[in-house]
Design a protein around this ligand. Sequence first.
Ligand SMILES: [Zn+2]
Length: 224
Amino acid sequence: MRRRWPPPPGWWRRSSRRADRAVAADGRAGPGRQEPAGGGPAGAERAGPEAAAGLETAAGLETAAGADERWLRMAVEISRRCPPSPSAFSVGAVLVDRSAGLAADASARVLATGYSRELDPRDHAEEVALRRLAQHAQDGPPVPAGSLTLYSSLEPCSARASRPRTCTELIIEAGIRRVVFAWREPEVFVDCEGAEIMRRAGLDVVEVPSLAAAVRAVNAHLLA
Ligand SMILES: [Zn+2]
């Protein structure tokens, strides 16, 4: 069953109050981090990755934290498409415009996705998604990067061998203000400080460790 869309008038306001409570219960969250639960579906016509992720939820009752988990689950699902590598993680990334959640009649939008080695053996997932975002900006109406959330199954890299620019640098440079990821990069290849660097740069960085096991499972071949 697909969720009902468009939702009934005022649904997000109800969700927002629930989101406030959820955020207040989150130890990392403070005042000002509240966000309307704008994580509606990517649109019924965009059933691809969302349907693959099995992400349907009860219509109109989703919290902000629930929306984060839903989009992040999509990123994890996308990471399963990565060509396996013995020397790099398999990661999925989704760029979502959640600013539309401020309008009762608008859905959040998936603007771009990416996964490791998707187009080139050196590609990182976030890099591919950001590249597509840049393309999107050329082809369509401009989307303010500050209103976007980047969901990545793995903590964005702060050191890499494959290319000179790290995903952490690319994300900050692109003007993304919010990053949600599931798994802190373990010290298999490098010591990753992506989360710390982004927080120091003023980004809102959210970890959802409840999905970390799923990301570990995708990368089990590197952890043996
Ligand atoms: Zn990277």
